[in-house]
Design a protein around this ligand. Sequence first.
Ligand SMILES: Cc1cc2nc3c(=O)[nH]c(=O)nc-3n(C[C@H](O)[C@H](O)[C@H](O)COP(=O)(O)OP(=O)(O)OC[C@H]3O[C@@H](n4cnc5c(N)ncnc54)[C@H](O)[C@@H]3O)c2cc1C
Length: 308
Amino acid sequence: MLGPVILAASRSDKMRKLVSAAPVTKPVVNRFIPGETVDQVVPIVEEAVGKGLELTLDVVGEDITTPEQAAHARDAYLELIERLGDLGHGTKAEMSVKLSMFGQALEGGHELALANVRPVVEAAAAIGTTVTLDAEDHTTLDSMFAIHEELRKDFPQTGCVIQAYLFRTEADARRLAANGSRVRIVKGAYKEPAEVAYQDKSEIDKAYVRILKILMEGEGYPMIGSHDPRLIAIGQELARRAGRKLDEYEFQMLYGIRSEEHLRLAAEGHRMRVYTAYGTDWYGYFMRRLAEKPANLLFFVRSMITKN
Ligand SMILES: Cc1cc2nc3c(=O)[nH]c(=O)nc-3n(C[C@H](O)[C@H](O)[C@H](O)COP(=O)(O)OP(=O)(O)OC[C@H]3O[C@@H](n4cnc5c(N)ncnc54)[C@H](O)[C@@H]3O)c2cc1C
């Protein structure tokens, strides 16, 4: 019940100001977003790689309102890639990007987002790593898939994300699996209407399994983005049945969630990539993490009450 309310708040400017300014917010935010600058995230990359984990790094930010902010977002990624180049971890540290942060929702946004993301993908390829395009709300996806296809002409390793809760996704999965793409499958984190998305958790889980089967049996590289123990076990089984070796698919989870499971899967020999977000514009990302698990919200509210 609480999830949709929090997701609605994640798009409210009033709530953004209130939550961002509350002095007790920061320690709760840090659980999910471990830094604000490249300097703060570099030691986290080193520690994770040292433990046998891989990463996908996200400079937080979305729903920007000017082309200058979009250019700033591009530059933040370029700065990150320069530092990653020095570390030399190759594909062990890749990037995730949200096209809304690159200007997708502005006038002429499709072309603007493509123009901003291309140099990021190029720079990533130059240091031997990759970029994955995150999936945002359903109205942005035709543009995201078109940009993905365009980028793949020169950089076939560019990945994208599909969301199990959308009715359209089985068809998207078939297309992407047939053309050999890297694809992250997730349940979906936005508030979507019943006309386009399953609302019932068990329907979403069933769709997730159907879609994962399509990806595992296809030509591409499936990335299982979930913390759900049942889906992780099913993912392992589907990979085995499809005859995939351990390096022919991977698991992905978010920083700060089920960290012991990250290590367990890596110790079993799986590729385990941790989605690690950093930066100052963390509000939207943080609110989606609260919406996924109401206990997070209770923890947050309790810390506000006890500290005030
Ligand atoms: C690597 C990665 C990338 C993602 N990229 C996108 C994207 O591009 N677009 C998009 O729409 N969504 C994205 N998501 C979010 C995704 O859509 C889900 O909202 C999120 O993963 C929760 O679903 P779940 O599969 O973990 O299952 P759930 O059933 O939600 O969770 C299973 C269990 O995991 C734990 N858990 C899950 N979420 C939390 C949390 N926030 N805090 C604490 N514990 C939690 C709980 O123990 C819970 O019982 C991404 C998720 C991951 C892991």
